[in-house]
Design a protein around this ligand. Structure first.
Ligand SMILES: *Cc1c(COP(=O)(O)O)cnc(C)c1O
Length: 399
């Protein structure tokens, strides 16, 4: 018996059963569906990509996995080297793990211990954004701000270690003035807050955050699990404002196998580098640096560069703006577009009930949540396929 995610099992409607997938398409027994959400935003190259499949097959013929405790191997070394070159600034030190949530946990642990190693025990707090989502494990829920997890607050009482701030500069300055000396980190989903409702904000907020983090000696963490690899129209938001720690997941392995990477800069790494064994980072997921995951990640990055994905994303954004910006209806609160993400927010979540089935019958897989209807398409999508998604969104509102 499968216990499905984010679902009341008693009332959940039957999930669609996928029997094949290729390119942007998912196949059920009776339908061919464009996957408008890229399997939770990770399947950027599409399904059954021959080169990605081949990379996994070749690695599987060598070995599928060896632990990183006391061992190393070529795929993980190559991936760390590739990321060093691919990522901006001195984000050079890769700590691998098996999922985005764990990658964020590692980042938060790193930030806390970085100051403990320096003897600054008072820096116990983390600043994060209102509507933040950083994963489903306990610490990530604590820095997150999802109403679905507020039962945690009710069960445990007030949050002691996480403070939330809106994405406006005066509020940020106030938070730093008040808590700056107790913070070890400011963690953000940069420019685009995904699971909190596809909320988009301006780069000037992050520029100011960088300055404040420098001023108060606080580590800046970018959770680019969702935004990394082009989603916002930037390769990484870290290309625009440099964080101290960057977390990658989802598209890192092209959606083929779960993996994540917490990348630290030189300053953070130095904070652990010592003759003192107590200053080491004590963490080690069983499947960190999994060879299949590293092999497919390497191939994915190669394709991303070779096929000029940033140009594809620019085109997706252009079409999205052409088709969707200015689209309005009394039920619609706002249409937001950034890079390869389009979100239609309605006033009343009830107005999206039935949309998934409506889209299914018209050849698109969609998964609206709360009051958000959105697309996060695979970058290989063709213009007519993208237009089909938007036509169906618009048709839903037709009277
Ligand atoms: C999906 C997501 C995570 C969690 O990643 P998992 O692999 O699902 O654990 C963390 N942060 C952000 C911003 C995400 O979108």
């Amino acid at each position: 018996m499968i216990w499905y995610p984010y679902a009341q099992m008693k009332t959940m409607k039957d999930p669609y059963k996928i029997i094949d997938a290729e390119g942007v398409y998912l196949y059920t027994e009776d339908q061919k569906l464009i996957d408008s959400v890229s399997s939770w935003w990770c399947m950027i190259h599409g399904y059954k990509h021959p080169e990605l499949t081949e990379a996994i097959k070749q690695q599987a013929d060598q070995f599928a996995h060896v632990m990183l405790g006391g061992l190393t191997h070529e795929p993980v070394e190559k991936l760390a080297n590739k990321l060093r070159e691919f990522l901006p600034g001195d984000l050079d030190y890769c700590f691998f793990s098996d999922s985005g949530s764990v990658g964020v946990e590692v980042a938060l642990k790193m930030a806390l211990q970085y100051y403990v190693n320096k003897g600054e025990w008072q820096r116990t707090k983390v600043l994060s954004l209102t509507h933040a989502y950083h994963g489903d494990t306990f610490k990530t829920m604590e820095v997150g701000d999802d109403e679905d997890y507020h039962f945690i607050l009710e069960a445990y009482g007030e949050k002691k270690y996480a403070i939330h701030v809106d994405t406006n500069i005066p509020a940020l300055e106030e938070a730093f003035a008040k808590y700056g000396h107790e913070l070890n980190a400011f963690i953000v989903e940069p420019l685009l807050q995904g699971a909190g409702g596809m909320r988009m904000y301006d780069i000037s907020f992050l520029q100011r955050a960088r300055e404040l983090c420098n001023e108060y000696d606080v580590l800046l963490i970018f959770d680019e699990v969702a935004t990394g690899f082009g989603r916002t129209g930037n390769r990484f938001v870290a290309d625009l404002v440099l964080p101290d720690i960057l977390v990658l997941g989802k598209a890192l392995t092209a959606g083929y196998i779960g993996h994540a990477c917490t990348v630290a800069n030189h300053k953070v790494y130095e904070g652990f580098y010592s003759d003192d064994p107590d200053k080491a980072l004590m963490h080690g997921p069983t499947f960190m640096g999994n060879a299949l995951a590293c092999a497919v990640a390497l191939k994915g990055i190669e394709i991303f560069e070779r096929e000029n994905y940033m140009e594809k994303i620019r085109k997706i954004e252009e079409i999205s703006i052409r088709e969707m910006s200015g689209f309005s209806h009394p039920k619609i609160k706002e249409v937001r577009i950034m890079g390869a993400c389009t979100c239609v927010e309605v006033y009343d979540p009830a107005d999206l009930e039935g949309f998934q089935q409506f889209a299914y019958e018209r050849g698109v897989f969609s998964r609206p949540f709360l009051s958000y209807m959105y697309s996060m398409v695979p970058y290989i999508i063709e213009e007519d396929q993208l237009v089909q998604i938007f036509d169906i969104m618009k048709a839903w509102f037709a009277d």
